[in-house]
Design a protein around this ligand. Structure first.
Ligand code: NAD
Length: 474
């Protein structure tokens, strides 16, 4: 989401908040507290670069809400990082966590550098110094504030953060839980990479299973046979397309990238398209598909579900009127502008909002943190027990019926859960319950115009409830 011309990013998040707060019954003081960004640590520190030069680095960590601990949110490395942006992104994290019932307050960090202008060794020094500054001010720790990757950061940086924190806090037995998004060999969790795309699939599938919404849209229930258009074949777009094809039996009829878009009425296989793009340098000229003149033409195709999974503001006042999809699943952050939202509300197009639809990443981060605190891989304790039990049950059934199950069925029934099974199942549960809560809120008040406002109302209610139940200290 980005700011419009007259508001800072933080103010525009506040405006969306106010719009939704209007549908709640909370005391003005509580609402003002929820909206405020509680703490911001702005720091400047020197780092000696490879050529001996000393560069002063500007960096931030914002903790938007402490109604639950720890705070949670990514750290971005980008030249545009500023205080307003980290505060706004931290606020969005508070609401996102509340919606998917991840018991964290919102946080966000940023270092104002272009990572491409630095060597790996310089990036390591910057990351470690930033972490030590957070440690000094008590702004990081498994029970205080737990960063994660964002633009310009990944597993490598998260491993450096964990190592620095643990070096400075050697007696903290839960030290690995100070950051998520770590490599699996360093306390990371299986399933993080595909989490956001899989969450997008689970969220949209749940909406497709709701008769009251699908009837209004004039669509049959379920995802089977639905036509899908995906914008962006990056991490989120690729995995959304994959799960719609594999688990949803849907047809991904078009995929767009920045160089162009392709269309195939029979459905595209995202992995083949990905390999084609890797080999030829472009998504265009994929065998069996038609090229579209402009990349953005894909957004205006006739289809059931449109999944923008690339950039913000791509569907706006200029093109929203030409969008023909019945359902839009916001996989990217802020792909539809407020003007587009108004047009869709009038046209009866349902927009499933980014704030919860792309919460798969933070949900699985929560599972990683829990794994770190419990010091054991998911499934390690129960896998063999379950398999042995299943074998006994199956043996009994076969004996009683005198029939044998097929080898494939045997494998399926016997299987005890691995870490990946439990992570996917926890994500499925989180996305299904969040979808149901938001839709229930939307339908209980006919004044609430769209699912986005309903998502905010759900988030505000949960945070306000925490403040009310806990009371105000002292
Ligand atoms: P990514 O960089 O892996 O993928 C983005 C893709 O979009 C790239 O392949 C890029 O070439 C393509 N693209 C750029 N401009 C385009 C255009 N004009 N038309 C079509 N395609 C274009 O990034 P990602 O991790 O997949 O993130 C995508 C979006 O999802 C972002 O808005 C991000 O903030 C959001 N998101 C990501 C995660 C996550 O876990 N990765 C979680 C929550 C939200």
């Amino acid at each position: 989401m980005s700011a419009d011309a007259n508001y800072s990013f933080f103010e525009s998040v506040g405006k969306s908040f106010d719009k939704a707060a209007h549908f709640t019954k909370w005391d003005k003081g509580i609402l003002t507290q929820i909206k405020a960004c509680n703490s911001v640590y702005r720091m400047r520190f020197p780092v000696k670069m490879d050529d001996g030069r000393i560069e002063v680095i500007e960096a931030y960590r914002a903790q938007h809400s402490h109604h639950k601990a720890p705070c949670k949110g990514g750290i971005r490395f980008a030249a545009e990082v500023n205080q307003d942006e980290v505060m706004a992104l931290a606020a969005l994290m508070t609401y996102k966590c509340a919606i998917v019932n991840v018991p964290f307050g919102g946080g966000k960090g940023g270092i104002k550098i272009n990572p491409r202008n630095h060597s790996a060794y310089e990036l390591e020094k910057i990351t470690r110094r930033y972490t030590s500054e957070l440690v000094k001010k008590n702004f990081i720790g498994p029970g205080i504030d737990v960063p994660a990757p964002d633009y310009g950061t990944g597993e490598r940086e998260m491993a450096w953060i964990a190592d620095t924190y643990i070096t400075l806090n050697p007696s903290d037995i839960d030290g690995l839980g100070c950051v998520t998004g770590k490599p699996i060999t360093q306390g990371g969790v299986r399933g993080r990479k595909e989490a956001t795309g899989l969450g997008v699939f689970f969220g949209i599938r749940e909406v497709c299973n709701m008769p009251e919404i699908m009837t209004k849209l004039g669509l049959p229930l379920g995802t089977e046979g639905k036509t899908i258009v995906v914008q962006g074949l990056g991490n989120v777009g690729y995995h959304s397309a994959k799960f719609f094809r594999e688990l949803g039996n849907a047809k991904v009829v078009s995929i767009s990238e920045y160089e162009g878009a392709i269309y195939c009425a029979d459905g595209l296989n995202e992995e083949e398209v990905f390999q084609h793009r890797k080999a030829t340098g472009s998504i265009l000229n994929f065998p069996g598909a038609t090229n579209l003149a402009k990349s953005s033409d894909a957004l205006e195709l006739e289809c059931d579900i449109l999944i923008p999974a690339a950039l913000e503001n791509v569907i706006n006042a200029e093109n929203a009127d030409r969008v023909k999809a019945k359902l839009i699943g916001e996989a990217a952050n802020g792909p539809c502008t407020p003007e587009a939202d108004e047009i869709f509300a009038k046209k009866g197009i349902v927009v499933i909002p980014d704030m919860y639809l792309n919460a798969g990443g933070v949900t699985v981060s929560y599972f990683e943190w829990l794994k770190n605190l419990s010091h054991v891989r998911y499934g390690r304790l129960e896998k063999r027990f379950t398999e042995n039990l299943n074998e006994k049950i199956l043996g009994q059934i076969e004996e009683l019926t005198g029939k044998k199950v097929s080898p494939e069925q045997r494998e399926l029934i016997m299987h005890g859960p691995d870490e990946i099974d439990l992570v996917h199942s926890g994500l499925e549960e989180s996305m299904i319950s969040a979808t149901r809560e938001i839709v229930a809120c939307w339908h209980t008040n006919p004044e609430i115009p769209d699912m986005r406002t309903a998502a905010y109302v759900v988030a505000i209610n949960k945070v306000a409830n925490a403040y009310t139940e806990l009371g105000i200290f002292p």
